[in-house]
Design a protein around this ligand. Structure first.
Ligand code: MIC
Ligand code: SF4
Length: 640
């Protein structure tokens, strides 16, 4: 029988449910990953579950987001993560070892297996044939405890790639083309499965650039088959034994098929401040550029850095540009050095950082006021760079290096002949960096510093809920808007009372002071694709901590919705989207008998808005309804 890759992997991991789009399914998880900015909370939650040792085949705790250790708080978090990993039997990838997604692909990816990660770009591993999902930290903690991962079965979309990339166009242009066509909400409720004759020419790191930014489409995940390219990659990593072929069987029926002809693709760029504002670079040629950043989980493989280095050979960075390189991993940096790629970068005037996320999450590398910054990163949401009213463009390394050389946006084809890239038969895979789990019982105790504040107790949903509209926002609000990151806020990820002081401050600087100390609870009103972007569960928890109990929007982004449910926030959607216009800040709201209605499975609820009444929808499974009613997943675990 014809079967997609996704159906085959899901069938092999199915714990409960049916593989029918829209139904809730539970999947067994083989690998987990966390990063420091979401990991501290995830491990506090895992500890609260009282499980002695992590259950997945492979569980890795990475430190990549917040690296500078500017004070004790950051260093405390790193030590906490290292000691938790040792105690519970996880691999630990310390600061400087690289970005979780790049390192997981290199060192652990295994075709046909499932991966759950507390970071929205976890689908990067789909480039290596894994079925990989981003999730909130609590879902990852549950997977660490051996629980399955619940998700609503998405539709499976086929993306057929034909032709072959032309010189100076790159895999990044493939995903930018998809963003141009589908927008940041076009992938909601969908998994993208790639196939077609062009796959023969796309290496695993190139495929990973594509699956990585499937997250920007709002897709549940993206996946490539495991084929000769996958075998070659694993061989180069010295992991031939991990190869498993994974191919679609027969001619599967996709819900929809999109075709991209790579021969026709030209260098593209996403304009400020959304990854879907895509245009051909040549249409923007001449725009002055002052900063170019190469790196991130989308584009920091050896190939990506080598093309930049080779293009710079014998040239200099334009004097008006700051060119900065953030290698994806220690391994990439080592192989770059061995291939002779580091010297041309340094000679041309580039600044090379230790491997990590850096400016992608606003940890340094903020652009100057009013300057254009071109980045090979996945996201350019407003202000994420750390500079107010920033002008961040997203492109391939090819387009980015052209901007660094010319000092303005230019079609990289203006650089002349495409350089020959070295094709090593094997990567050097040094053992340095990753710390394997010690044998059970061999590790000492978990060490906690004063910045690591225990998790608060969350109250259950009342029988009848009464509250007030605390804030109304528009479409495509990101989790960066709900709870920003950056150098000031990232050190507070393990300190909920402190971090909640930043909730919604991008949209309303007074929000925390305005609502704190109010006697009752609040609701947030939103538009389409509410909560897109990062998986940070702090974006659910911080508002919850301040008293937000209800979110009423037109549509939710998947990971944020799961996080709201996990922390006992009631997610509602408008039955009639036009009712959005009726709601204003300060109105009183009432949901009569909501708790019982929720537990009884009601799909619509009456909502009193002042002296009017409207209908709102609750699209939740029985499991999710219980979670919301008891006040979140940790309360449920405590009840059990
Ligand atoms: C991001 O790219 O937005 C992040 C920072 O990696 C987040 C995780 C976080 O906020 O810690 C993500 O992608 O989930
Ligand atoms: Fe790190 Fe940026 Fe990737 Fe997020 S998108 S994991 S911040 S490199």
């Amino acid at each position: 029988m014809a079967k997609t890759i996704v159906e085959q992997i899901m069938a092999a991991h199915l714990v409960s449910g049916e593989l029918v789009p829209g139904a809730e399914v539970a999947l067994k998880i083989d690998h987990t990953l966390t990063q420091d900015a979401t990991g501290t909370l995830a491990y506090l939650e895992f500890e609260a579950m009282g499980v002695a040792r992590a259950k997945p085949e492979v569980a890795v705790s990475f430190v990549d987001h917040n690296l500078p250790q500017t004070d004790f708080r950051n260093a405390d978090d790193h030590r906490f993560l290292r000691t938790v990993a040792a105690k519970y039997g996880l691999y630990f990838s310390p600061p400087g070892n690289g970005i979780s997604h790049q390192v997981h692909l290199e060192r652990f990816s295994a075709p046909g297996k499932t991966l759950l990660g507390s970071d929205s770009h976890t689908p990067t591993a789909g480039g290596g044939g894994m079925l990989a999902f981003g999730a909130g930290g609590l879902d990852v903690a549950l997977a660490l405890a051996g629980q399955p991962f619940y998700l609503v079965m998405p539709e499976i979309i086929g993306v057929k790639l034909i032709g072959r990339l032309r010189p100076w166009t790159a895999a990044k242009d493939v995903i930018l083309e998809l963003l141009r066509r589908l927008t940041v909400k076009g992938g909601r409720g969908k998994i993208l499965e790639f196939f077609g004759p062009a796959l023969r020419y796309l290496s695993v790191p190139e495929r990973a650039s594509i699956t990585n930014m499937g997250a920007e489409l709002g897709a549940t995940t993206s996946i490539f088959p495991s084929d000769a390219q996958t075998r070659k990659f694993l061989q180069m990593q010295g992991r031939k034994a991990d190869f498993q072929p994974v191919q679609a069987q027969g001619r599967p029926r996709y819900a929809e098929v999109l075709v991209i002809d790579l021969d026709k693709l030209e260098p593209l760029i996403a304009q400020p401040s959304s990854p879907d504002r895509v245009a051909p670079v040549k249409d923007l040629a001449g725009t002055p550029v002052e900063q170019v950043l190469i790196g991130s989980c989308a584009n920091s493989s050896l190939r990506d850095l080598m093309i930049v280095s080779q293009a710079l050979k014998g040239r200099r960075v334009h004097p008006g540009v700051s060119l900065e390189i953030n290698p994806g991993s220690r391994q990439v940096l080592e192989n770059l050095i061995l291939a002779g790629g580091l010297l041309p970068l340094l000679e041309a005037g580039a600044r090379v950082m230790p491997p990590g996320c850096w400016g992608c999450i606003g940890m340094g590398q903020a652009p100057p006021t009013n300057a254009v910054s071109v980045r090979t990163f996945p996201r350019n949401f407003p202000g994420r760079s750390g500079t107010k009213d920033d002008k961040v463009y997203l492109s391939s390394p090819e387009t980015a290096v052209a901007a660094a050389i010319f000092g303005e946006l230019r079609d990289p084809r203006d650089l002349g002949d495409y350089p020959r890239l070295p094709a090593p038969r094997r990567f050097v895979v040094a053992g340095g960096g990753i710390i394997p789990p010690p044998p059970a019982g061999a590790a000492g105790e978990v060490v906690r510093g004063p910045n690591i504040v225990p998790f608060p107790q969350l109250t259950p949903l009342p029988e009848t809920w009464r509250g007030e509209v605390w804030l109304k926002v528009g479409d495509n609000v990101t989790t960066d808007d709900i709870l920003p990151a950056g150098s000031q806020i990232l050190p507070l990820r393990s300190n909920l009372p402190a971090i909640s002081q930043y909730a919604f401050t991008r949209l309303d600087p007074e929000f925390p002071s305005r609502v704190q100390g109010k006697a009752g609870e609040g609701a947030i009103i939103g538009g389409e694709n509410y909560g897109q972007g990062s998986s940070r569960e702090h974006a659910a928890l911080a508002p919850r901590y301040l008293g937000v109990r209800v979110k009423l929007v037109k549509t939710f982004a998947r990971i944020h919705l799961a996080n709201l449910i996990n922390f006992g926030i009631l997610p509602l959607t408008f039955e009639n989207p036009a009712d959005y216009a009726l709601l204003t800040q300060g109105q009183t709201l009432e949901l009569p008998g909501v708790k019982q209605l929720l537990l009884d499975g009601a799909e619509r609820l009456p909502l009193k808005v002042g002296d009017r009444e409207i209908w709102v929808r609750v699209d939740l499974s029985a499991r999710q309804r219980r979670l919301v009613a008891v006040g979140g997943a940790l309360n449920l675990a405590r009840e059990a």
